[in-house]
Design a protein around this ligand. Sequence first.
Ligand code: OAD
Length: 263
Amino acid sequence: MESNLWGTRRQRHHQRVTIPDELVRQLRSAQRVVVVTGAGVSAESGVPTFRDAQTGLWAKFKPEELATPEGFQANPRLVWEWYAWRRKMVAAARPNSAHFALREMEKLFPEFHLITQNVDGLHQRAGSSNVIELHGNITRTKCFNEGTIITTSQDSDEVPPRCPQCGGVLRPDVVWFGEVLPESALEKAAEVSANCDVFFSIGTSAVVYPAAALSADALRAGKTVVEINPEPTPLTALAHFVVSGAAGVVVPEIVNRVRSFVS
Ligand code: OAD
């Protein structure tokens, strides 16, 4: 009961979020804006985050069993089924107001790059273009042996299904712990982060590298760094602006404030 009351109060606090005037002023003249998103951006779509206490996936499941190549090799069926469950959850989810506001944001600046750690494809479904996916996409499947993306559907009851080309097992096209990120995506993300005017870190715990290093790239290059998160992270003390609140409330408000000046 108490936690419910607290939760309600906290939610109300989020509704009254204040965007610093100085941030709006900087955004009004910004030419190049970069946004890095994490699981918190999809939380309001009902997709669980990883590290939130109680509700996060890593509070209930073991990452070493479900999100490593070794875990997959030890129990491919378990891992495949866990991702099948998550794929179903993501398919049933809808983009929320944060996703839609980020789609609108790309129209406000001459250069805009959206980098995501999320594998749910909700940014694309909200209409964002040119999304840089650092951790892959759960809706895609690839061959465990060859890494080839497999688009053909399988008429097989085998779990996991087999690669039609080499007969190896198929796996989701996501980055697991201990694996390297897609090289071109990471290179592009690092380049635009170091060369933007304003860098946003939204809905991420900022603890998983190399994605977490992008804000450091921006800070080192002297760029304005903004964090949007209801909870503090390792980035909070370093960011120039911190807006504490839910992405689905804060991001639309930022877009409104910048737009009301532009038009
Ligand atoms: P985490 O679960 O680590 O962090 C989610 C963050 O979102 C937390 O800091 C929350 O406070 C914040 N949050 C929760 N609700 C929010 C809301 N409504 N609006 C804004 N923020 C909110 O997720 P990530 O940082 O994305 O990697 O995790 C990074 C990577 O670790 C993931 O991509 C995944 C995971 O293991 C792989 O799968 C490779």
